[in-house]
Design a protein. Structure first.
Length: 621
């Protein structure tokens, strides 16, 4: 039986149907990636599946006992709540069971019945490993403090907090809207491994093509109000989608030709009396619906006249920047050149945004020099849409920069015509900016950057809120861009196809310059971690090591320790299991219950510690 079933669901807004009569089912272990252009209704569909939004018709049902985890693009909570309050609120049954159990242990007045009930709940939810799970998930998502108030958190921090909360609830099915937004590359790769390595059932919307390929086993496309299913990766999806669209073109063409004949019959036909005539009239309306399908796909077009560029873009000499005791950039020098294509990577909070602010003149260095070239024309695309006036109309925002825009071929078009290239039709050009969707604001922000014909582009997370098709257009434009490109992005596919050099932010202000794209860097890093000292050894010494075998030999004492640990871990596991069975018997007094519970926790910690040491020795044994 499906974990989740949606039957004949429909949704419309202002007389426009987003989708009609959609049917969808997902079973245990299936991982769906929902794709489609911006505005097709992907987020709306997720909201209906989770019960956050009502459909106009149809039903959504879950199998009995299913726990749902839902991650929105912009999670909200009361501002006074702390991170701890959010992570461990009453909705987390496991956290509640652990806190109840710990309260029983530390409360001297706990009755045997209360302790027994707490233990049974711990057993039922398999909550004994909850502490280690909390440590793993929060550390990997960069959550280092638990007392900070929600109102003080950035959008990215809020997303990570709610992702941790969702994963800690151990749901049977996850529904996630753009889960990789605001995560650094390390966190994305951890999440990717976490989701793909477990028997998790998942429906997600994502623009991250590597993440999609590595996690999903099925792609479902929402297109023109219908769902199409593809059992394969993203390349397979593109191939089959193209085939489907070609078949549809032929079918629509045939329907239009047949419609002309049926129109003549309808004009001649008096009011239908016979069953055959009624059937033909019904068939006519079905044919009319098919023939009236609009097969023309609107595609964003990037066509901007390039600005002349000198050899020098911008030069940094011994640049340093700190906030208090924390170094963000330390004594960094680099001369940016024409056609440089640089990607910036590093964990959250190590100085990437600070570096961009220095590069673009938004911030001044504590020491060192930053010298821009005379012909350098900066275009800076930021994560936040703060450059947009929410009270302006779309057309006003563009006309404030230029009434006419020069294209590559030297011709000029009006601001209105240019907006149409960015998928803002005339009826949307007079919309208030504050009422635009996230994707529309991003497109307008990008337009404002490119309309100034920059030759030095600095892009901070440009892929957020764009659908995959729009990303492909942007990628094509940047691939042909002849100026200097500096790019911060968590989208590894985007980075791999656009950059050939990396600035790796290692923390404490240190920036390492590395040739190659992100996949090259990751591969080299993995090889170094396997054998960190190999690259530093002289050639002859490396040959000697290879001849002797690369595996580290453990000492006799370590070998004995390895053998002993296996026996110790086995004994501890048996003792723990025996105590758990004893606790479940219901025959213990309160003091015995408390002592047994404490011993189980001690055993769990000891098993974890000894297992870690055993794994270290196993690697070299």
């Amino acid at each position: 039986m499906n974990y989740l079933s949606a039957d004949q669901i429909s949704k419309s807004y202002n007389d426009r149907w987003l989708f009609k009569n959609l049917t969808l089912g997902i079973s245990a272990g299936e991982k769906f990636a929902l794709v489609g252009e911006n505005g097709t209704g992907k987020t709306t569909l997720l909201k209906i599946l989770t019960g956050e939004l009502a459909s106009d018709s149809g039903t959504v049902s879950f199998r009995d006992g299913i726990r749902l985890g839902y991650l929105t693009q912009q999670p909200v909570a009361e501002g006074h709540l702390s991170i701890k309050d959010i992570l461990f609120d009453d909705s987390n049954e496991v956290a509640s069971a652990v806190m109840r159990y710990e309260a029983c242990i530390h409360n001297g007045d706990t009755s045997p019945e209360e302790m027994q009930a707490a233990l049974e709940k711990m057993e039922e939810l398999n909550a004994w490993e909850f502490d280690s799970k909390v440590n793993e998930i929060t550390s990997k998502l960069g959550i280092t403090t638990f007392d900070q108030k929600f109102s003080t958190l950035s959008g990215g921090q809020r997303k990570r907090i709610f992702m941790a909360k969702m994963l800690l609830q151990d749901p049977n099915i996850l529904i996630m809207d753009e889960p990789t937004n605001h995560l650094d590359l390390e966190a994305i790769e951890w999440l990717e491994n976490y989701l793909s390595g477990q028997n998790i059932t998942l429906i997600m919307v994502t623009h991250d093509r590597y993440f999609l390929d590595n996690v999903a086993n099925t792609i479902i496309e929402l297109d023109n109000g219908k769902l199409y299913t593809y059992k394969g990766n993203y390349a397979y999806f593109l191939e089959k989608k193209s085939e489907r669209e070609e078949i549809l073109k032929v079918e629509v063409s045939k329907a239009r030709n047949l419609l002309k004949k049926e129109l003549e019959w309808m004009r001649r036909q008096p009011k239908a009396r016979g069953t055959k005539a009624k059937y033909r009239i019904e068939a006519f309306h079905d044919l009319k619906d098919k023939a009236s399908q609009n097969l023309k796909k609107e595609r964003m077009e990037l066509d901007i006249q390039k600005t002349r560029q000198g050899g020098k873009i911008i030069e940094l000499y011994n640049v340093s920047k700190s906030f208090g005791e924390k170094k963000m950039v330390d004594d960094f020098s680099y001369v940016f050149k024409k056609k440089d294509r640089i990607g910036i990577v590093g964990s959250n909070g190590v100085g990437k945004s600070t570096f961009l602010d220095l590069l673009t003149g938004k911030s001044k260095p504590d020491s060192g020099e930053i010298l821009p070239g005379q012909t350098t024309k900066l275009g800076y695309f930021t994560q936040e849409a703060s450059e947009l006036n929410p009270d302006h109309r779309v057309i006003e925002e563009v006309k404030a920069i230029a009434e006419f825009i020069s294209l590559t071929d030297g011709t000029q078009i009006s601001a209105s015509a240019f907006l149409e290239l960015f998928l803002f039709p005339p009826e949307k050009q007079y919309n208030i900016i504050g009422k635009l969707s996230g994707g529309e604001k991003k497109r307008l922000q990008l337009l404002k950057v490119l309309i100034k014909n920059p030759n030095f582009l600095v892009l901070d997370e440009p892929t957020n809120d764009f659908d995959i098709e729009t990303l492909n257009v942007l990628e094509d434009f940047l691939d042909k861009f002849t100026g200097c490109l500096v790019l911060v992005s968590h989208d590894r596919y985007f980075m791999d196809h656009l950059v050939n050099q990396l600035f790796v932010f290692e923390g404490n202000g240190k920036i390492k310059v590395v040739n190659g794209n992100y996949s090259d860097y990751k591969l080299n890093k993995e090889e170094e971690e396997v054998s960190p000292s190999e690259t530093k050894k002289p050639i002859q010494e490396k040959i000697d090591v290879e001849e002797a075998g690369t595996k580290k030999k453990i000492s006799f004492a370590e070998k004995k320790e390895h053998e002993s640990l296996e026996k110790e871990i086995d004994a501890l596991e048996k003792e723990k299991q025996a105590l758990i069975e004893k606790l479940s018997s219901g025959a213990l007094e309160t003091e015995e219950l408390v002592n047994c519970s404490k011993r189980i926790k001690e055993l769990t910690d000891a098993i974890d510690s000894k297992t870690l040491r055993w794994l270290e020795l196993e690697e070299f044994g």
